[in-house]
Design a protein around this ligand. Structure first.
Ligand SMILES: C[S@@+](CC[C@H](N)C(=O)[O-])C[C@H]1O[C@@H](n2cnc3c(N)ncnc32)[C@H](O)[C@@H]1O
Length: 393
């Protein structure tokens, strides 16, 4: 009798799972041996195209999810209902079925209900803003193969540019219509192609210019932009400092070498760009200054080991960059844009124009320089004399 009642409940779960009417299954009254397990809930999901019952085990301080195909799930349910769980509720689109066990006595109660069916959620891969596909720019940059799949050796790059587009999407949305975006030290222009593709997919237009020293990369980039039909994307030859960024709404630079990042920030500030975003690369200039100068005695343990000196140089360089941006009227954030498992150069400085920012920056810059024995920060020298153009003038 007990087994028959359990079977009846499990079969009802199986039918609701099969015909798509299962909304939720909940198991309670746990008195088994697992410490801290409170209850279990289940719903239908699709894993790699196969239907599964997904169980969420609610523990006191955490949840654990396990997915089972229906046969396994039914066997598991039978065992649980016979022993570890005293109650269960099946919520379907047209009925509720409750199960209660007290010793050997089992009570099943069915009541009518009216609910919307829930679509089985998919465990499909995270939707990326820039999808891999048969796009000439992706193949042209060596990101994808002939079938439009991301190449094995381009996975990190593809993840990185998607992450960048995810970060930039809301920042670009906040810019005026048809924004002018300048990417300094564009290299092959991965980021520019990705942003142009994403904007085009949104039905938005923009002028995107990748500035690059190496002429071959510039002509390759321009050819690929044209053949890919990415309107508004172009590449300009020359150095960042020589480029006229007047009218730029956003100035960005991804891994522009050493002080090229400072050149990009400088041009952004000079242009009064609303958005300046840089992922710095190496930090040699401040490192050399640190070696030349004399840091405060209290810092000597921190600077004794080469690897920590390197990291201090990096933190100091980017802290000073952030402060200088604040000093020139930008609200600044620094964060990791991608895990350091993909690249160690994973910090992004995002600065948005905000005239309230930076009132205390001057004193902080002076204190830090004195503490680390820094004569000058290259960006500070560039910016000297630009006060007339900036918010704190
Ligand atoms: C490490 S690569 C990064 C390229 C690209 N931003 C990316 O992340 O894929 C740096 C690029 O910046 C360019 N570059 C370095 N200094 C520059 C400068 N002062 N003006 C223009 N381009 C510069 C280099 O030629 C190189 O292509």
């Amino acid at each position: 009798m007990t087994a028959a009642r359990i079977d009846e409940f499990v079969e009802a779960v199986g039918s609701a799972f099969a015909d798509g009417s299962l909304v939720r299954l909940k198991l309670g009254g746990y008195h088994g041996t697992e410490p801290d397990l409170r209850s279990v809930e289940a719903r239908k999901i699709v894993v790699k195209g196969e239907d599964r019952l997904s169980f969420t085990f609610h523990y006191k301080t955490r949840d654990i999810i396990k997915n089972h195909e229906l046969g396994e799930a039914a066997a598991q349910l039978r065992a649980w209902l016979a022993d570890a769980f005293r109650s269960a509720q099946l919520a379907a689109t047209t009925f509720d079925l409750t199960f209660e066990r007290n010793g050997d006595k089992i009570r099943l109660k069915r009541t009518e209900a009216v609910r919307d069916a829930v679509a089985a959620s998919h465990d499909r891969a995270k939707v990326r803003p820039v999808a891999a596909g048969a796009k000439p720019w992706q193949a042209g940059l060596g990101l994808t193969d002939e079938q439009g799949n991301v190449r094995k050796d381009a996975q990190d790059k593809f993840r990185q540019i998607n992450r960048m587009v995810e970060i930039f999407a809301p920042l670009i949305q906040a810019l005026p219509d048809n924004p002018r975006i300048v990417d300094m030290g564009a290299g092959k222009g991965y980021l520019d192609f990705a942003i142009a593709d994403w904007l085009q997919a949104q039905g938005r237009s923009a002028e995107i210019v990748g500035v690059e020293l190496r002429p071959q990369l510039v002509s390759d980039g321009n050819r690929l932009a044209q053949s890919s039909g990415l309107i508004g994307l172009s590449f300009a030859p020359g150095s960042i400092l020589d480029y006229d960024a007047t009218g730029a709404d956003a100035v960005i630079a991804l891994h522009a070498c050493d002080t090229a990042t400072d050149d990009a920030i400088y041009k952004g500030i000079l242009a009064g760009a609303r958005l300046i975003a840089v992922a710095p690369c190496c930090h040699k200039q401040v490192r050399r200054e640190m070696e030349r100068g004399t840091a405060a005695d209290t810092l000597s343990p921190l600077l004794r080991h080469g690897i920590f000196r390197e990291r201090q140089a990096e933190m100091l360089t980017d802290t000073l960059r952030a402060l200088l941006l604040e000093r020139h009227g930008y609200k600044t954030r620094v964060f990791e844009f991608v895990s350091d498992a993909h690249t160690p150069k994973n910090n992004l400085i995002v600065a948005e124009k905000d005239t309230r920012a930076g009132k205390q920056a001057d004193a902080q810059i002076a204190d830090l320089k004195a503490m680390f024995g820094i004569g000058e920060h290259y960006l500070e020298r560039l910016l000297a004399g630009t006060e007339a153009n900036t918010a704190l003038s």
